[in-house]
Write a protein that binds this ligand. Structure first.
Ligand SMILES: *Cc1c(COP(=O)(O)O)cnc(C)c1O
Length: 428
């Protein structure tokens, strides 16, 4: 395929935007080449500035779970925009989306809307610290919770692609309050708790990891964390920015029957507009300003356009819960198809999948944590990525990313993708 116009646009962008992108994972640093500039998108397809059509497996990194330019969402935003785009005053639609979210997700009474997943996780941790009166947090190597200081310690995703697990600019003081554990390793968490008795405010986790490829929690792992939290007066924070409203109506609490104390949202909850949210039971949420002492605010939080998009999206998912089953079936079909052709072509690989999150690792060992995820063969991944792109399929330009499946994908699209994998596998 030809990317003449994209390359020219990127050259212009680089002059005025660091690295030409407003978020590092969009650059092709991990795979080489220059990023593709999107002109428009509809359903399962992206159309770039050079008029190429690409089957999209990123879907804005998750939000477009029902496909691009999904009509109910677009219409809701257009109608709202005509009535003013921001007031900095309460609007009824904020209560409507809050009521719906609270009705869909288990164990939450109240929800606060913010503008990104980063803000949601950052605020959730502040709330956990304010509520428990303790300073330290436990996070897992390879989990990403946004780019706020406390989390940029082995942060997976973009941070891992670029080999800067600890970003300059994060102070030693901040870093020392973040304890790092191994994903899927209960004993490791237990040791950290013992070594930091009565100092840990919360454990924050992606209940299905999605920022070191997709890594499912081992059976019993999340429940073991719940038990450790209960025994040690620690809050369990589920970062469901990626999994929320994707893996099930009620997210991972519903899927794994484990209760979280605070839940973070982003991505799908905004229907493609900048939205994040964090939620918990009354006792915890009432610690937030203006009723409680923990401060958190936002000029554009609960913005009417963002709330209109989010409400339209959640309404669709709530009214059509068969979407989750359909997504599961489509992703399972893709999983089987890709595994079959990679096996036929004798390509060493491991595929991890939970519901509509899937990732292909080019290594034969099981991928269960950051260390095993990092072992994948990046040269094979690079060749795979560019081969797929040439064949008209867009996957994330990093081996540490999950593929996000959208319901807009037809079985013809999935067959097209499997055929592309087959073709690329022959050249690997
Ligand atoms: C994307 C993501 C975030 C950050 O959300 P932004 O909206 O990019 O700030 C946080 N946690 C997880 C699990 C994510 O996947």
């Amino acid at each position: 395929m030809i990317y003449k116009r994209s390359s020219a646009l990127f050259a212009e962008a680089e002059k005025v935007i660091p690295g030409g992108v407003n978020s590092p994972v969009r650059a092709f640093k991990g795979v080489g080449g220059t990023p593709i500039f999107v002109k428009e998108a509809k359903g399962a397809y992206l159309y770039d500035e050079d008029e190429n059509r690409l089957v999209d497996y990123i879907n804005s990194w998750g939000p477009m779970i029902l496909g691009h330019a999904y009509e109910p969402v677009v219409n809701a935003v257009v109608e709202k925009a005509k009535k003013g785009t921001s007031f900095g005053m309460p609007t009824e639609i904020e209560t409507q989306i809050a009521q719906l979210a609270v009705s869909m997700v288990p164990n939450i009474d109240k929800i606060r809307f913010v503008n990104s997943g980063t803000e949601a996780c950052m605020s959730a941790v502040r709330l956990a610290r304010g509520f428990t009166g303790k300073d330290k947090i436990i996070k897992f190597a390879g989990c990403y919770h946004g780019h706020s200081d406390s989390f940029l310690i082995q942060a997976g995703s973009g941070a891992s692609t670029f080999g800067t697990p600890n970003s300059p600019g994060v102070t030693k003081g901040t870093a020392k309050d973040t304890l790092l554990a191994r994903y899927n390793d209960v004993d490791n968490v237990s040791e950290l708790i013992e070594a930091n008795k009565n100092e840990i405010a919360c454990i924050i986790i992606e209940p299905v990891a999605g920022n070191m490829g997709c890594i499912p929690p081992k059976s019993g792992f999340l429940q073991a964390l719940r038990d450790l939290c209960d025994a040690n007066n620690i809050l369990l924070v589920f970062d469901e920015v990626m999994t929320g409203f994707r893996l099930a109506k009620g997210g991972c609490q519903e899927l794994f029957h484990v209760k979280a104390d605070i839940v973070c949202f982003g991505k799908v909850i905004g229907g493609g507009l900048p939205v994040g949210a964090f939620a918990a039971g009354n006792e915890i949420m009432n610690h937030l300003a203006p009723i409680g002492p923990v401060y958190q605010a936002g000029t554009l939080s609960g913005n009417p356009l963002a709330m209109a998009a989010g409400l339209a999206m959640l309404t669709e998912l709530n009214n059509n819960p068969e979407v989750f089953k359909r997504l599961e079936e489509k992703t399972a079909y893709l999983h089987e198809g890709i595994a079959k052709v990679l096996n036929e072509n004798k390509i060493t690989h491991t595929i991890n999948r939970v519901g509509s999150m899937i990732s292909v690792h080019f290594d034969e060992a099981k991928v269960v944590d950051f260390d095993t995820a990092a072992k994948g063969n990046n040269d094979v991944f690079k060749a795979f990525f560019h081969g797929m792109l040439d064949a008209g399929v867009y996957i994330a330009p990093s081996a540490f990313e999950t593929w996000f499946i959208t319901d807009a994908l037809s079985y013809e699209d999935l067959d097209f993708t499997i055929a592309a994998v087959n073709k690329v596998a022959k050249s690997l």
